[in-house]
Design a protein around this ligand. Structure first.
Ligand SMILES: Cc1cc2nc3c(=O)[nH]c(=O)nc-3n(C[C@H](O)[C@H](O)[C@H](O)COP(=O)(O)O)c2cc1C
Length: 185
């Protein structure tokens, strides 16, 4: 059982990464093989709307999205992490989301029935909007939403002081493993 965590924060080692690694650690402790992929330092261009993927089934833009695509297709479960930027996901998260448009035109619908979850780091407000964006993404790909975790923090590492946020991140990791083992939420 493979669970992939994708951090869409441009800040390496920040609160999103802390929450996501907490979820992945809990999943690993419960028997999953886990992998962390951070977009920081990677190049994932935004979709340019050419729509060639509708006929070709793949995106013509060549960058680090090909590596991420392979990892997403191979995973049984995917947890996406993002900080809230202006009441929503980061531009980097949206670039990843939009670049998966090509998956919809791939005959096997590669993310269908995979387990999905979101972790969101924020200062104060906008978690609902960010979670809604990620849940729409999961639903669009016919994934099964297992849950989400929200952690409050500002400076790097401060999310660790949000005990409930950290606990819910670990809970998300465990829930995903349980779902993948039993088929039950
Ligand atoms: C450009 C920008 C926009 C932000 N917008 C919001 C916001 O709308 N709501 C909020 O609660 N926090 C906002 N924040 C704060 C971050 O969500 C918060 O610091 C988060 O913990 C950062 O996660 P990271 O350490 O993974 O980068 C913003 C931060 C930045 C840099």
């Amino acid at each position: 059982m493979k669970i992939l965590g994708i951090s869409c924060s441009p800040r390496k080692g920040g609160n999103t990464e802390t929450l996501l690694r907490t979820a992945l650690d809990a999943a690993q402790a419960n028997g999953a093989e886990v992998e962390f992929f951070g977009i920081s330092g990677k190049t994932i261009h935004p979709c340019d709307g050419c729509l060639a993927c509708r006929t070709k089934g793949e995106c013509h833009i060549k960058d680090d999205m090909q590596e991420l695509t392979k990892k997403m297709w191979q995973a049984d479960g995917i947890i996406i992490g993002t900080p809230v930027y202006f009441w929503n996901v980061t531009a980097q998260a949206k670039a990843v989301i939009d670049r998966t448009y090509s998956f919809v035109f791939s005959p096997q619908r590669p993310l269908r029935n995979k387990a999905a979850g979101a972790v969101v780091a924020l200062g104060r407000s906008g978690s609902s909007e960010a979670i809604a964006t990620l849940n729409s993404f999961f639903t669009g790909h016919r994934m099964i939403i297992v849950g989400n975790a929200i952690g409050f923090g500002g400076e790097k590492g401060t999310v660790k002081e949000d005990e409930r946020g950290m606990t819910s991140a670990a809970g998300l990791g465990r829930s995903m493993v349980r779902y993948l083992q039993t088929g039950k939420l």
